[in-house]
Design a protein around this ligand. Sequence first.
Ligand code: DGL
Length: 263
Amino acid sequence: MIKNRSSEKIGFCDSGVGGLTVYSKFRKILDSEDCIFFGDLKNSPYGNKTKEQLINYSRKVFDFLHKKGVKAVVMACNTTSASTYPIIKNEYDFKIYPIIQSCAKIISELGVKRLGIFATPSTIASGVYESEIHKYNSDMIIYPHACPDWVNIVESSTQNQPDKIEIIKQDLDVMLKNNPEKIILGCTHYPYLIDILSKFAPKDMFIDPADFFVEYIKSDLEKSRLLNTQKQIGSEEFYVSANPEEFKKASKMFYEVNDVFLV
Ligand code: DGL
C-alpha cells in the first residue's frame, strides 16, 4: 500500500535569513502545513563556495531534514538550486522544489525582452538562470550580474549604512546600463534590499521569484495529493547551524521568528 505522506512536514533550506523571503510568502498562502526551516549560517555565504562544498552542505541539510520526517523540501536557495540540485535530486525519497527550475517557465512568460538577473557569484557562474529560461523562451535577452557583497550585508543587517548603500548602488548602476525592463532578484536575500534598490530605480522593475515559486509549490502539492488537510494552522520549527541571535535580528523585516535552535 502506498503511504499517505500528506501529514508530514515541509522542509525549507537556505544559507540563512534569505530563505525566509520564500517561507513568509509560503506561509501566507498555505499556513496549514507543518514546516521546518534550516538556515546554514555556519557555511554562509554559499555564493562564493565551490560546487563540491555546496554539495556537501546540501547533503548535510537534507539528511537533517530527512531525519525530521519531511514529505518535501523547498530549496529556497538559488545558489544550491543552480549547482547541487542536479546532483542530489534523486538521492532522497521526498519531493524537492528548486527555486530556479520551478520559476523559469513563469519568468520566460513575463512578456519581457530584456531581463536582468542579480544573483550570487556561484549562481551567475553556473549560467543556470539563462539555460532554464531559454528552454522556454530563447528570444529573451538576459543580463546576468553577480553581487558578491549583498548576502553579507543582509545577514549583518547593515544595509542602511551609507557605505553599504553605495555598494548596492554601484551594482545596480552596472545593471541599469543594459537598460533591462525587469530585474530578477535571483538570490533569496535580495528582497531585504528592495527599499534601497527602489530609491534608485522603479520598485516594479524588481521581481522576487518567491511570488511565483510559492504558487507553484502549492499547486504541485495539490496535484500530488500532498496538501495537509488535517490542520487549521501548521506548526513551525527554525534551526540554524550558527548565530541564532543574528538570524533572529536579520529576519525581522520578513518574518518574526520566536525560537531558533542551534544544531
Ligand atoms: N540566499 C541564497 C541564494 O538564493 C544563498 C546566498 C548565499 O549564501 O550566498 O542564492
